[in-house]
Ligand binder design. Structure first.
Ligand SMILES: *Cc1c(COP(=O)(O)O)cnc(C)c1O
Length: 484
């Protein structure tokens, strides 16, 4: 398709509309706008026909690479299919037209959904209380850290550091610093799991919390997590679980049962909802009984069959967002959980794990799999063999675009050189997984026999090789008339 700008389609006096002549006497702008504010020459707006406009924007919309168009195995992001019924439900005017200032009596249905969603998340995680307010995972982390800080300041004092494994997602240290903590890195052992000796050495009277992702970002379950919890609890510190990877364990194990004091959920990952590109998210947090009095207020309560917003939380850290959180995402998650039920959610996790293991087993023929054992819902390859032929992981990612796939997450986690992190999710069919494997194996072959094909990819995308740094730091996204 043409990737011309709408301005480049412009021809003088071409119109996209037909309006009858006005029968209202018109005044000139000069009569009521001060002269100094008037344009000296007409704005340079594109002059295009309606059909040109339709084709232009339809064409642009087709450039989107998304889960609705291609396989999107973006590790750590759980880019699963969002069942359309979720969209139908959340777009229902009964939900979509609500206003957050409406009286509680008038929004009992919405409050019921929020209340029941809190209950579902409690059941799935084993936690005692849930707040739905945070707007995304990173926001849930930050809210949790503020809450743990308030709890520790009140009860244990002097807690200044957050321990973070070297495989952690970048939001973990960022949220910690934002919440006023210092961070200390904990090493991984040769099995890709937290090194318990290192953890013991670094846990002391200043330790507030360990932020642990389980399964971790290598897709490996921290099988000594109850020992990890004990090391922390013995020193009066807390265990935080980054719940972004819940898609591997729903209905199989629960963070509270393996020692979590606090966790966040990513409704937009585990419980469907389109996400990415900064789109709407929801990052509820769950806490153990001891910390429930510190949750952001309000949470949704139920009394005598009526639902209400409970502001009466004794040590609440207060609001972390305007109103009540991203309720449209909550409605989608609620619909998803109701549709699948307890058995269905468990099957989601089982199939996500099965799909990941199938991909890993087939891909390790040509790609190095540093931790070669049964994984959870995702796994991390290394492009180091291909690197020997001068083909880097970023080249493999660009070549995949030409072959009709969104690339996996690359160069994360940082502890695997040339990392390629695949998360197929449960939604994908055997045929799609096989097609992805064939593409990856073909790229491995090209890297050996004809690396130029890979090094010159992508050929089929509207833009080719962008400057790695400037494309982000100096994006050219604005049309300027003088540049013509
Ligand atoms: C996605 C993710 C986060 C952050 O969640 P957002 O909703 O993107 O803010 C945190 N930790 C892990 C492991 C993640 O995958």
């Amino acid at each position: 398709m043409s990737t011309k700008l709408i301005f480049e389609h412009s021809r003088p006096d071409r119109q996209g509309h037909t309006l009858p002549a006005s029968d209202v006497p018109t005044r000139s702008f000069a009569e009521y706008i001060p002269g100094g504010l008037l344009r000296k020459k007409p704005a340079e707006l594109p002059e295009v026909g309606e059909l040109d406009i339709v084709r232009h924007y339809t064409g642009l919309s087709r450039l989107n690479v998304g889960i609705d168009t291609v396989f999107y195995p973006l590790g750590s992001c759980t880019m699963k299919y969002n069942p359309r019924v979720n969209e139908v439900v959340s777009a229902n005017p009964g939900f979509a037209d609500l206003h957050p200032y409406q009286k509680e009596e008038d929004v009992q249905g919405m409050l019921q959904i929020m209340y029941e969603l809190q209950e579902f998340l409690k059941e799935i995680s084993g936690m005692s209380a849930v707040s739905l307010m945070p707007a995304a995972g990173a926001h849930g982390e930050w809210a949790s850290l503020m809450l743990m800080k308030a709890f520790l300041d009140k009860n244990r004092g002097g807690r200044t550091t957050v321990l973070i494994p070297d495989s952690a997602h970048g939001t973990n240290p960022a949220s910690s610093i934002y919440a006023g903590f210092r961070t200390v890195e904990v090493k991984s052992n040769d099995r890709g799991l937290v090194d318990l000796d290192d953890l013991k050495q670094k846990t002391d009277d200043h330790t507030a919390v360990l932020m642990l992702t389980n399964p971790n970002t290598l897709g490996l379950f921290e099988d000594r997590v109850t020992e990890i919890a004990k090391i922390l609890h013995d020193k009066g510190a807390l265990l935080y679980i980054d719940g972004a990877n819940l898609n591997a364990i729903m209905g199989i194990t629960r963070p509270r049962d393996f020692g979590a004091d606090v966790l966040h959920f990513n409704l937009h990952k585990t419980f469907s909802t389109p996400h990415g590109g900064g789109g709407p998210g929801s990052g509820p947090i769950g806490v153990s009984e001891d910390l429930a009095d510190f949750l952001p207020a309000p949470v949704t309560g139920k009394k005598d069959g009526r639902y209400f917003l409970n502001y009466d939380i004794p040590h609440s850290i207060g609001r972390v967002k305007s109103f009540f959180g991203n309720v449209a995402v909550m409605v989608r998650a609620y619909a998803y959980i109701k549709m699948l039920g307890a058995k269905g959610l468990k099957r989601v996790s089982e199939n996500a794990v099965l799909n990941a293991n199938y991909l890993a087993a087939r891909l390790k023929k040509d790609f190095l799999l540093p931790h070669d054992r049964i994984c959870m819902h995702e796994f991390v390859l290394s492009g180091s063999r291909q690197k020997k032929h001068g083909v880097a992981t970023k080249d493999i990612a660009k070549r995949l675009l030409d072959m009709g796939f969104h690339p996996p997450t690359v160069y994360f986690p940082l502890i695997i050189p040339e990392a390629i992190m695949c998360e197929p999710t449960e939604s994908e069919s055997r045929e799609t997984l096989d097609a992805f494997v064939e593409a990856m194996l073909q790229i491995a072959q090209e890297a050996r026999d004809n690396p130029d094909i890979v090094l010159n990819a992508p050929q089929k995308m509207p833009v080719k090789r962008l400057d790695e740094v400037k494309a982000v730091k100096e994006p050219h996204i604005r049309w300027k008339p003088e540049a013509k």
